[in-house]
Write a protein of this length. Structure first.
Length: 259
């Protein structure tokens, strides 16, 4: 779970001049080419592996990275030469962080062979909402009246986080159901999906206007690894994840669904 949470990203263009960047070369009135562009594939941003891949629309001289943590500290600064790599070449850059602090922002600057440059910011963004787990009756997805106060508290937290990040764009709530290892894989998958659907539907019916999606993973992603047929309460859970893009799901017959 932790890995795909980390890959919800915002990519934003950087201003032509920023602190520490040399000034752009003089304008050329005879330059009729399209403006220099840098692209970054979200799927190729590997935060745990400390590397990313960029592409430049012209021959590339070098790429510079500045990695900043949540505290504002600079975790790494890297400059890698590419010696005129052709336009569209995959430009792989890695870094060694100064600490294990979570990454808040990565500035990526691409320079062409004539000294022109362009920048983009990679902003990892995800929020996993802490909450009190609902207690369902055995093999049931019915939300009991005694559990409603837990959902009300979670809804308030979700709305609070969303209200602070309206500048990021459309945020979706992803509800992911899990079970322990007691029972068959098929039964647990269906049960986790039904419970996630019930919770997602409750949020939708009680004032959450933002997009909502749900899916169940059954016993395939336990919080606490156990042998099969082990009754582990901590594995009977539902995750509430706020993200800008759908977190990837394990291969198979799984897909995000609307309540």
């Amino acid at each position: 779970m932790r890995r795909w949470l980390a890959l919800a990203l915002v990519l934003t263009s950087l201003a032509p001049v920023s602190a520490g960047a040399e000034p752009p070369p003089a304008d050329r009135t005879d330059d009729k080419r399209p403006s220099l562009q840098i692209t970054i594939d979200r799927a190729k941003v590997d935060l745990p592996g400390h590397k990313l891949e960029a592409k430049l629309s012209r021959a590339c001289a070098k790429v510079r990275l500045k990695v900043m943590g949540n505290s504002g500290a600079v975790l790494a600064e890297v400059e890698k030469a590419f010696d005129g790599a052709a336009a569209g070449t995959a430009l792989l850059v890695s870094w060694t962080p100064a600490s294990e602090e979570d990454v808040a922002k990565i500035e990526v600057w691409g320079y062409d062979t004539e000294g022109f440059y362009v920048g983009m910011a990679v902003i990892p963004w995800k929020v996993s909402i802490p909450h009190e787990e609902l207690n369902f009756e055995t093999d049931s997805d019915v939300i009991r009246p005694s559990e409603v106060s837990k959902l009300e508290a979670s809804l308030a937290k979700i709305k609070e986080v969303m209200s602070k990040h309206t500048d990021l764009g459309k945020i979706t709530l992803f509800v992911v159901g899990h079970t322990d290892t007691v029972g068959t894989a098929e039964h647990n998958l269906a049960l986790s999906r039904k419970r996630a659907r019930a919770i997602a539907g409750w949020f939708k019916d009680h004032g959450l206007k933002s997009p909502i999606a749900y899916e169940g993973l059954g016993k395939s992603a336990p919080l606490v690894k156990t042998a099969d047929q082990v009754d582990e309460p901590r594995n009977r859970r539902v995750d509430y994840i706020l993200a800008l893009e759908p977190p990837p799901l394990p291969a198979g017959e799984l897909s995000w669904k609307q309540p």
